[in-house]
Ligand binder design. Structure first.
Ligand code: ADP
Ligand code: MG
Length: 706
């Protein structure tokens, strides 16, 4: 092997300690170690900026407008002085560029700036311009002396993740840029291509070396964009490569029970089917059945909006197991959800004489012992439960299928514990989620699973009508509610309740309850909120379920677990305070019966742009997948309901809200390579082998540090 292709040579260069970089030295090195865990050249070069500021143009002061988030101007500082007292004390400078004036304001480091600034000096100033009392100002601007070099050289400034301590020691983004330049100048020849040449060509990507250069030291918008595109592709390619590799490994390495007998399935299908399955339900059942026949372990995600009919799909999947002398379990994250699943499945199970039981933390010891025994001797066919199912005492005669609801609330480790309940052969896995996940997120979050989606609601279901009303239209809304109640329907009125302001919210809820009571004299009401004892909650809920009360005033505790088909109207108060996915989940509580259902979103008059979009989206569509897409655009992947704790979408450069196309291409490429050359034996795939090796090394290093 020549030194140019020997990965160890590269590794050695990038393993060089950061203090040996020109301009760093022991003190700065110690800071970089402590604050950013940057120890080596390799660590520094991979310390990626999270955005870039456009310093390629100078704005004229006469062109400033309030939409600008940032502006760069060059001009002369005429005057400056300290004004105000105490916390209002500030240094104010008057800056001009021949087209207008700008105040520069400092509340901090006043004496330092007083010494450093020169009256009549020329500077470049950068910051967010604010119009106040007819005058433009920038508070704590970035400021540097205008020189012949920087007067014309426009550039893009990378903004790096930093800490307060680093900033105090003047290790800011500019300082980091200088280090990057020093590093890149010597590192350039050591940077190896990490993608196979055919991919680089096909997608017209710039080389890894060029990409790193222009990502850290962009010259213009075009080179920056090319660098980003290349690094995003690489990141997503390796993300997908590893997920798909895992998936293929499961398919080839792990044998699965073969479920080819279909006695109960047939009986249920031919004699007991309570309704005609939707096309989507049938398609998904086919996909599942195909998996179950292959002799390989199934690992499938089943997505479907609330009410799309996942229960019957889950049940029929269980029947495949039962037909082949295996047992099935379903695990849900909460007692309420467990109960709901149990009720739904039991209805079907009873039709066939199939034994089913429920196991949760509150199952009595006696009952629990019976369940344990019957699972072990095989007389209990289906068990539905919370994570109580994972406990060692729960042993099966022959567990053949695990269904997990709301996967994201369970860790991968818990998934694995369930698998281990069959020592002979891994049970098949079906993961269900009721929160539709945008395609890009599903690919990265569940890329190691096959995906099925029920994207169709049962026929005859009337779409929920959603409208937006302002608080001042409350009388009209109440009038409408009265009409609906007179027709025999029931109503939910939902109030927000979020942690930080619980007391306030509780007061809002109580005030709301009282005003509803005044507006609807003689109408029996229920109230439910999270601060109530659970017996009281159940009691109130029970009255509403039985139709004894007509209006349920509640917080979001009703989000999961209630099914009252006669409740056909939902009013959501302060709808601006809910996230899009949450609004959609809440709305799923109505529209469960034969009647036309309504969702009324109440808000204040003044709404932010994002809130308007949320409300508009709700009014426009009932499609959970579409809503999830908008939610992703608004909030970014980190905040989408359910993914917060997963820690799986850990992307530095790519953005799942924007990079769907790149992700698709990266996934297709990874798939193709893994099918044609799974062991990466072809010489063109050598870069993948070495890069995977490096990634593994980095990960072991990290696990040692943290
Ligand atoms: P999910 O669990 O996906 O939210 P469920 O399985 O609870 O939905 O189904 C919602 C309701 O729709 C249930 O009352 C169920 O009986 C009914 N349902 C499911 N599939 C169909 C269908 N194909 N035709 C008519 N009703 C259906
Ligand atoms: Mg369900």
């Amino acid at each position: 092997m020549t030194s140019a292709t020997n990965p160890s040579v590269r590794t050695r260069f990038f393993d060089t300690k950061i203090e040996f970089l020109k301009g760093v030295g022991p003190q700065k090195a110690a800071l970089l170690n402590q604050e950013l865990s940057i120890f080596t050249f390799g660590d520094l070069i991979q310390h990626y900026p999270f955005r870039h500021e456009d310093r390629s143009v100078f704005h004229k002061l006469s062109d400033l407008n309030e939409q600008m988030t940032a502006a760069q101007v060059k001009g002369r500082l005429r005057e400056f002085s300290v004004i105000g007292e105490g916390s209002k004390k500030r240094l104010v400078g008057t800056f001009q560029d021949g087209t207008g004036f700008l105040d520069l304001v400092w509340f901090q480091s006043i004496s330092w700036y007083e010494k450093w600034l020169r009256r009549g000096g020329e500077y470049i100033v950068y910051g967010t311009p604010v119009l106040y009392g007819g005058k433009w100002s920038i508070t704590h601007p970035e400021i540097e002396v205008l020189t012949p070099e920087n007067a014309s050289a426009g550039y893009w400034q990378p903004i790096y993740p930093l800490t307060e301590k680093l900033r105090k020691k003047f290790l800011d983004s500019k300082a980091l840029s200088k280090m990057m330049r020093n590093l890149l100048e010597i590192a350039h020849t050591h940077i190896r291509e990490t993608l196979p040449a055919p991919l680089v060509e096909k997608y017209r990507l710039v080389s890894k070396a060029q990409a790193l250069w222009h990502f850290h030291l962009p010259q213009d918008n075009r080179t920056l964009h090319q660098a980003q595109r290349r690094l995003k592709f690489e990141e997503l390619f390796y993300n997908q490569f590893r997920l798909i590799k895992n998936k293929l490994l499961h398919k080839t390495e792990y044998p699965g029970l073969i479920f080819d007998k279909t006695l109960l399935v047939k009986e249920f299908y031919e004699q007991h089917l309570p309704f005609k399955l939707t096309g989507a339900q049938i398609r998904v059942l086919h996909e599942i059945h195909e998996d179950l026949k292959t002799g390989k372990q199934m690992n499938r995600l089943l997505q479907g909006d609330v009410g799309s009919g996942k229960t019957i799909v889950a049940f029929i999947t269980m029947l495949f197991a039962l037909d082949n002398d295996a047992q099935a379990c379903l695990m849900a994250p909460t007692e309420i959800l467990t109960d709901q699943h149990y009720q739904g499945l039991k209805k079907f199970a009873d039709l066939l004489g199939v034994n089913i039981a429920k196991l949760t933390g509150s199952t009595k010891k006696k009952e629990r012992e019976v369940i344990h025994r019957e699972l072990l001797n095989g007389t209990l066919h289906i068990i539905v439960g919370t994570h109580a199912l994972i406990e060692d005492a729960v042993q099966f005669k022959n567990l053949g299928l695990c269904i997990i609801d709301e996967q994201h609330r369970f860790g991968v480790a818990q998934r694995a514990k369930l698998w281990a309940k069959n020592k002979r052969i891994n049970p098949h896995m079906l993961v269900m989620t009721a929160t539709p996940i945008p395609r890009t997120l599903a690919m990265t979050l569940y890329g190691d699973l096959d995906i099925s989606a029920i994207n169709e609601l049962p026929a005859g279901r009337k779409p929920i009508k959603t409208v937006h009303r302002f608080d001042k239209n409350r009388l009209q809304v109440f009038g409408f509610l009265k009409e609906e109640i007179a027709k025999g329907r029931q109503v939910y009125m939902v109030y927000p309740l979020i942690e930080e302001s619980e007391k306030m919210d509780l007061k809002d809820l109580m005030d709301g309850y009282e005003s509803v009571a005044r507006a609807f004299p003689g109408v029996p009401l229920s109230i439910v909120h999270g601060k109530m004892r659970s017996q009281d909650k159940d009691f109130e809920m029970g009255r509403f379920v039985r139709g004894e009360t007509k209006i349920m005033v509640a917080t979001t505790v009703i989000e999961v677990g209630v099914n009252v088909p006669n409740a056909s109207v939902m009013v959501i108060e302060n709808a601006e305070r809910f996230g899009l996915s949450q609004l959609h989940q809440l709305r799923g509580r109505v529209g469960r019966g034969a009647e036309q259902s309504y969702c009324i979103l109440m808000t204040d008059y003044k709404l932010s742009k994002d809130t308007k979009l949320r409300i508009e989206t709700m009014c426009r569509t009932n499609d959970g997948f579409e809503i999830a897409e908008v939610d992703l655009q608004l909030r970014g992947p980190g905040d989408i309901s359910g993914t917060q704790q997963s820690g799986l979408v850990d992307l530095l450069v790519a953005n799942l809200a924007q990079d769907g196309e790149i992700l698709k291409a990266a996934r297709a490429s990874a798939e193709e390579i893994l099918t044609t050359d799974p062991d990466l034996l072809q010489p063109v795939h050598q870069p993948i082998r070495s890069h995977l090796e490096n990634l593994r090394k980095e990960e072991t290093n990290w696990s040692r540090i943290s």
